[in-house]
Design a protein around this ligand. Structure first.
Ligand SMILES: NC(=O)C1=CN([C@@H]2O[C@H](COP(=O)(O)OP(=O)(O)OC[C@H]3O[C@@H](n4cnc5c(N)ncnc54)[C@H](OP(=O)(O)O)[C@@H]3O)[C@@H](O)[C@H]2O)C=CC1
Ligand SMILES: N[C@@H](CC(=O)OP(=O)(O)O)C(=O)O
Length: 338
């Protein structure tokens, strides 16, 4: 078993990590960290469990540690669900101390030698781990993209061979994306908020790195242009988006690409066989109906129309966050990077 821990284990993403790791076949979850407010309490006492599945019983008695390099020094991997302003320095120190960091936080995503990985899309970018090691780092950092960026790039992956260069996207993002205390009920109920700080820039820049080419020492960014407009809607979990891409190929061909798509790895426990699912009902995908497909790891697509226009939905705290990081760690372990 590989010993792992979760940084920020009491938050919206941290709880998803605990849910996904508590009975993982490869990973032994032994350390949970949070702020000074929670440190020293049992996880059961510290956490305000808010997921729609029960808290795994075996996690409740773990004593929450302070988030520090020392607390995780005996682990092989830490999963980071820390606020970005803390993640920057701490993740660097933990990686330098010899531990592998799989992070959800935005802080290191665009660092030149840090892989920004979705296993189905750009697994070869893990080669940047060797670049980090070559400069003397004992551990390493691997990041997963922003939640909306993951759903969009996963949805585009089966049709990538069609060589589009111009993508437009309008998102409808769930409130869980803002964290538990992120948005007041009075602000979102009966409403749509047409602003999510930095989200549009993240979608526009992270996509160029993910779709870029790893030449053995660095990523050559893709020339693809993304124009994003991001909006918060009164949905608990599941980001939905309308996507436009510049191909005139017939809708039937695109639908066939989606139907025939299979995930590339069969040996990773968190990877569903179909990580992109095509739905042909005229009114799908919908977040409430489709976010849990593939245990929350599949992206659902539908309403494919010439132009090209289509809709995609994915679970933002599973496929877009904790599940994405766990899948990255499985790929890292299977490729013997630990
Ligand atoms: N929500 C989402 O859909 C996504 C979130 N992310 C990213 O994941 C990260 C976590 O987000 P989210 O779970 O929503 O955030 P939350 O606010 O829900 O949780 C924050 C976590 O960090 C801990 N924490 C807060 N302050 C400190 C501190 N000073 N020292 C140590 N630990 C601290 C909290 O512990 P305590 O309970 O003790 O306060 C809690 O465990 C962020 O970087 C976010 O941008 C990425 C993709 C999607
Ligand atoms: N901004 C996203 C969630 C998030 O935290 O993204 P990032 O990991 O890029 O900071 C949302 O609100 O839905």
């Amino acid at each position: 078993m590989i010993n792992v821990g979760v940084l920020g284990a009491t938050g919206a993403v941290g709880q998803r990590f605990v849910q996904l790791l508590a009975a993982h076949p490869w990973f032994n979850l032994k350390t949970l960290t949070a702020s000074e407010r929670s440190a020293g309490k049992s996880y059961r006492e510290a956490v305000n469990w808010r997921l729609d599945v029960a808290m795994p019983e075996n996690m409740g008695d773990i004593v929450v540690s302070k988030t520090s390099v020392d607390s995780v020094k005996d682990l092989d991997i830490v999963f980071s669900a820390l606020p970005a302003e803390l993640a920057g320095i701490l993740e660097t120190e933990i990686a330098d101390s010899g531990v592998a960091v799989c992070s959800n936080a935005a802080s290191h995503r665009m660092d030149a030698d840090v892989p920004l990985v979705i296993p189905e899309v750009n697994p070869d970018h893990l080669g940047l781990i060797d670049v980090q090691r070559d400069r003397g780092r004992d551990g390493f950092i691997v990041t997963n993209p922003n939640c909306s960026t993951i759903v969009m790039t996963m949805a585009l992956n089966p049709i990538r061979k069609r060589n589009f260069s111009d993508i437009r996207v309008a998102t409808m993002q769930a409130v869980s994306g803002a964290g538990f205390e992120g948005i007041a009920a009075m602000a979102i109920y009966d409403n749509v908020v047409p602003y999510i700080g930095s989200e549009e820039t993240k979608m526009e820049t992270e996509t160029k790195k993910i779709m870029g080419h790893f030449n053995g020492s660095e990523i050559e960014y893709s020339p693809v242009q993304v124009s994003a407009s991001c909006h918060r809607v009164p949905v608990i979990d599941g980001h939905t988006m309308a996507i436009w891409a510049d191909t005139d190929d017939p809708a039937e061909e695109i639908i066939n690409d989606f139907r025939n798509y299979r995930a590339p790895f069969s040996n990773l426990p968190t990877q569903p066989d179909k990580s992109v699912i095509y739905l042909d009902a005229v009114d799908r995908p919908q977040p409430r109906l489709d976010r849990n497909s593939g245990n929350g790891m599949s992206v659902s697509v539908g309403r494919v129309r010439e132009g090209l226009r289509f809709i995609a939905t994915g679970h933002n705290t599973i496929r877009g966050a904790a599940g994405a990081s766990v899948l990255n760690a499985e790929l890292i372990a299977s490729r013997k990077y630990l």
